[in-house]
Design a binder for this molecule. Structure first.
Ligand code: KIV
Length: 262
């Protein structure tokens, strides 16, 4: 088993797993010093490409961004989202997951659950492709962004789904937008670690979309904590640059290229 995955598994009930998304090398390089897991998420659809949903992200886009991210990653476990439509059946899933793994040298792929595709996870794991599952609000399959597991029966249904994903061989599971009760129920009853987003602290770890927590995406639901307001920082810098250019204050003499030195 991949040594980085072994490390993640060992964290269950011991220490919290830290995870964030990245779509490019420069961000990944910073995250790599802190994160156990870096996810190249299909959230790039909304965050980076300004699309309405994640459905239009294709394999080439995911692979290209992962190639960039990989350049910044040394220590973290690199997980890549399989785009919608790229794992509709066992053969397609196997072909595409192998392509992602071979071209990007990532560590694992992530598949959203539709509460039916357990055999696809099983097939990938059988082919030695590590799989992270994803339940709750799964944007590839559900239209409405809503809290999941609000009644006892709904929470139990999520647990049943999570158990089948674990049985299929996934090494971890993302819980998106689950109630604190449902998150605790799933986390306590699984051997594999759960990574929550909008799912309280009752998970083995947390993930956020980096652009959201840096305050640059413009999407800040209740479960996002803004750790920075980079939009303001960037705007200030651009404003200063604009002023300098207009006033002839940039470039300065020290920025001129007189000799051969850069
Ligand atoms: O695409 C993504 O960024 C994700 C996270 C929200 C878990 O799947």
């Amino acid at each position: 088993m991949n040594i980085k995955i072994k490390k993640i598994l060992k964290k269950k009930n011991k220490s919290k797993i830290v995870s964030l998304t990245a779509y490019s090398k420069n961000i990944a390089k910073i995250l790599d010093n802190y994160c156990d897991i870096i996810l190249v998420g299909d959230s790039m659809a909304n965050v980076l490409y300004g699309l309405d949903d994640t459905h239009k992200i294709n394999l080439d886009m995911i692979i290209n961004h992962t190639l960039s991210v990989k350049k910044g990653v040394k220590k973290s476990l690199l997980v890549v989202d399989m785009p919608k439509g790229s794992y509709n059946n066992k053969n397609t899933a196997k072909k595409n997951a192998k392509l992602i793994m071979r071209l990007t040298k990532c560590d694992a792929v992530k598949l959203e659950s539709n509460n039916k595709n357990f055999d696809i996870i099983k097939e990938l794991v059988k082919s030695k492709i590590p799989v992270m599952g994803h339940i709750g609000y799964t944007p590839q399959f559900k239209k409405k962004f809503k809290v999941e597991g609000q009644s006892t029966s709904k929470a139990n249904k999520l647990l049943k789904e999570a158990k089948l994903i674990e049985k299929a061989g996934a090494f971890s599971l993302v819980l998106e937008c689950l109630t604190p009760h449902a998150s605790a129920l799933v986390t306590k009853n699984l051997r594999i670690p759960t990574i929550g987003i909008g799912s309280s602290t009752n998970c083995d770890g947390q993930i956020l979309v980096t652009d959201d927590m840096l305050g640059i995406s413009g999407f800040y639901p209740k479960f996002v904590k803004k750790y920075a307001t980079l939009n303001t920082t960037i705007e200030k810098a651009v404003k200063k640059y604009t002023r300098d250019v207009k006033k002839g204050k940039f470039p300065l003499k020290k920025n001129f290229l007189n000799g051969t030195k850069f």
